[in-house]
Design a protein around this ligand. Structure first.
Ligand code: NAI
Length: 472
């Protein structure tokens, strides 16, 4: 019987291993992590991450062929195939600081694998890593392993999106497996392919060399983020020309060469991956002397930063150039709907920008905890109770009561169906709405009496006299 060990029980490792266990009942899957709190949450009724459908999968398999443990050594040593899904954040200091991927966690996982392995193993890179990382991992493994133990490294990057992770894993549009060219490398590829064969159609499994698989993941995220920055750049132009970004993106989406996905204008992209992976790509280009290529990808991030500051400036300039002491309701804090993840969420920059102008924020998100929001805004709970500049509340009506303005920062479905007449009646006047996700019916809100700013759409009559975006 094949045994699998997944190192790293995070947003990727947890759901990925759970779905393998679900689809391969004859395979034993152990998920290990150095974080005791994460593992005990995986073993409890309240999982450490929110993801639609995840709880059902975990409940079905946990205790049968899926287990969560902190006994990293034991499960590595027993496994035939080891998936490494540890975090690979951007380096905060030293060579490549602010751009290069920090492979500290990866290296320590690899050293642990080398130390405890007594039998041959396939080590699978699930984390997103710089191209040619497998070469370094191979060296660490072969120079530190017990005599005679052989390792094969495969690159099997994960393409799931948070919020639809389970669906993406159950019905992936592709599975990519990269390995060494020789017979041992090819044999390892076939072994991993044999796992996915349990539920993924053959034509969706792509095999490549190691470097193509590693680079494809960075390329994938860079291309997706580039589309968002492209449509966001268009949204700024729409606002000053009378074009409507939703109409422009609809027209683009019908071009089969472009297609409909990743064309929604918004306050900006977030999440743990896009910025980190593009910066990583930028660093690799710079390290190889490809400065123009590096600058090209850097611009994708610059446009994203511009979109966030443009939004803050719009809020302040619309509200008579001052938000000082005004209550602003922030609806949504997660980086997108259906996840509790706040890593690199645009809400952080928008909230910090508004706090910098002395606004008082009342924040509501259906799945993000108060503790997490305060941590992201670098505030302690003491600061919120004494200064009262930030309040985390339990529903959208409480957040908007007596507020001067509303900022929609995450596209949660429940914000589309609020009773906006009731919201309006309980707000200060004039009542402003800044829809950073373009989910609301602007005409209806204007009929109620709101002054509405929606990304990439002509301004409300009221706002025509306001400073134009180039000043904002
Ligand atoms: P995460 O931070 O949620 O999880 C990583 C886990 O690894 C943590 O629980 C940490 O305690 C654990 N860990 C670190 N070092 C360890 C070690 N030596 N032994 C055992 N456990 C260890 O990160 P997330 O979001 O799951 O991402 C993991 C990787 O997958 C990253 O490289 C990321 O770029 C990539 N990825 C992330 C996606 C996402 O949507 N979050 C999608 C596709 C890829």
């Amino acid at each position: 019987m094949v045994k699998i060990c997944g190192i790293g029980a995070g947003y990727v490792g947890g759901p990925t291993m759970a779905v393998i266990a679900l689809k391969c009942p004859s395979i034993e899957v152990a998920v290990v992590d150095i974080s005791h709190s994460r593992i005990s949450a995986w073993n409890s009724d309240k999982l450490p991450i929110y993801e639609p459908g995840l709880e059902e999968v975990v409940k079905q398999c946990r205790g049968k062929n899926l287990l969560f443990s902190t006994d990293v050594e034991k499960h590595i040593s027993e496994a035939d195939i080891i998936f490494v899904s540890v975090n690979t954040p951007t380096k905060s200091g030293g060579l490549g600081a602010g751009k290069a991927a920090d492979l500290t966690y990866w290296e320590s996982a690899a050293r642990m694998v080398a130390d405890v392995s007594k039998s041959n193993k396939i080590v699978v890179e699930k984390s997103t890593v710089p191209v040619r990382t497998a070469e370094a991992i191979e060296k660490i493994l072969t120079h530190n392993s017990s005599k005679g133990v052989k390792f094969q490294i495969l690159s099997n990057p994960e393409f799931l999106s948070e919020g639809t992770a389970i669906q993406d894993l159950i019905k992936p549009d592709r599975v990519l497996i990269g390995g060494r060219d020789g017979p041992e490398g090819q044999e390892a590829i076939l072994k991993l392919k044999g796992i996915y064969d349990h539920w993924v159609p053959e034509d969706r499994i792509i095999t490549t060399n190691l470097w193509s698989a590693e680079l494809s993941k960075l390329a994938d995220n860079a291309f997706l983020a580039q589309r968002i920055s492209s449509i966001n750049a268009m949204s700024a132009l729409c606002e000053v020309t009378g074009a409507e970004v939703s109409q422009v993106s609809h027209a683009l989406s019908k071009n089969t060469k472009i297609g409909p996905k990743f064309l929604n204008a918004s306050v900006g992209f977030g999440g743990s991956c896009f910025q980190k992976d593009i910066l990583n790509l930028v660093y690799i280009c710079e390290s190889n002397g490809l400065i123009e290529v590096a600058n090209y990808w850097k611009q994708v991030i610059k446009v994203n930063d511009y979109q966030k500051s443009r939004f803050v400036n719009r809020v302040v300039s619309s509200m008579f150039n001052t938000v000082s002491g005004k209550k602003i309701a922030v609806l949504g804090f997660a980086f997108k709907k259906d996840t509790s993840d706040t890593r690199k969420t645009p809400a952080i920059d928008v909230c910090k920008g508004l706090l910098g102008d002395n606004a008082c924020l009342s924040i509501y998100d259906p799945k993000v905890s108060e503790e997490q929001i305060l941590k992201d805004l670098s505030l302690s709970s003491a600061a919120t109770t004494t200064v009262k500049q930030v309040n985390i509340v339990r529903d959208a009506y409480e957040a908007t009561k007596d507020a001067h303005g509303i900022c929609i920062l995450t596209e949660w479905d429940e914000f589309k169906t609020l009773d906006y007449q009731k919201v309006f009646d309980n707000m200060q006047k004039p009542a402003f709405v800044f829809d950073g996700r373009n989910i609301l019916n602007v005409d209806k809100l204007r009929e109620i009496g709101f002054i509405v700013y929606s990304i990439g759409r002509p301004l409300h009559q009221w706002q025509d006299n306001m400073p134009q975006p180039q000043q904002a």
